[in-house]
Design a protein around this ligand. Sequence first.
Ligand SMILES: [Zn+2]
Length: 275
Amino acid sequence: MVEAERFRLDGGAMFGVVPRPLWQRSHPADERHRIQMVTRCLVARGEGRLVLLDTGMGDDWSDKERDMYAIEDGQRALHGVLAAHGIDSADVTDVILTHLHFDHVGGAVRSHGGRAVPAFPNAVYHVQQEQLDWASRPSEKDRRSYRAPTFEPLQRAGVIRPVSGRAELLPGITVEPTQGHTMGHQIVRIGSGEDAVIYCGDLIPTAAHVPTPWVMAYDLQPLRTMEEKRALMARAAAAGEILVLEHDPSCEAVRVAAERDGWVAAERVTLGPPS
Ligand SMILES: [Zn+2]
């Protein structure tokens, strides 16, 4: 697991209808009402493949935007972070994108000779077709979450391999669409049983979002998110699966347990840096 960068988003938008006194205990807001977030990307190796899950925000940000989102990217986005772990961008064979919001796909491209090109030159990029379609015509509600220069260069380069529905992309790595956050968002399951790791994307962005009604205001279909969380939690609690939290600044992953009429984060799990 690696952190591509730290940034901040509006706390109210991250917690939807949940009142601020409840969320600010675990996620204190700054003077601009923003809470600390991270972009946490997972690196998986095996059978000659080097697989990346999501790519963070990238480095194509103006000073004004860097201030607005309080972007801290000391190592110049994901490719810099990976290099610090001894991973060359050219060695990545597969990039699985949960969806195309800017804080998930931004690091998938980089500037080369004044032109945006795929940041992982030898990789194929796996995205749900439904998300590709939605990203090209987002609604007024969510269009600020998409930045065409972060995914159109991938389309132009012909490196996207669209996925439709549930699919085993590689041995032991399966994607499953969830629709509450945005159309064609996908979670990624690696392995099986107690060792299974579920990369939740924006279905469960932080440990505070484990309880069913704690749903982001960004979600297009919040009731659907709640249904999808119930199904995921029931399965994860029963099987002991590990849920990776992409945006939680202080908790990388959890195991969950049933409690009264819902679920709670029962055990913190650290997956550690890529080996
Ligand atoms: Zn998102």
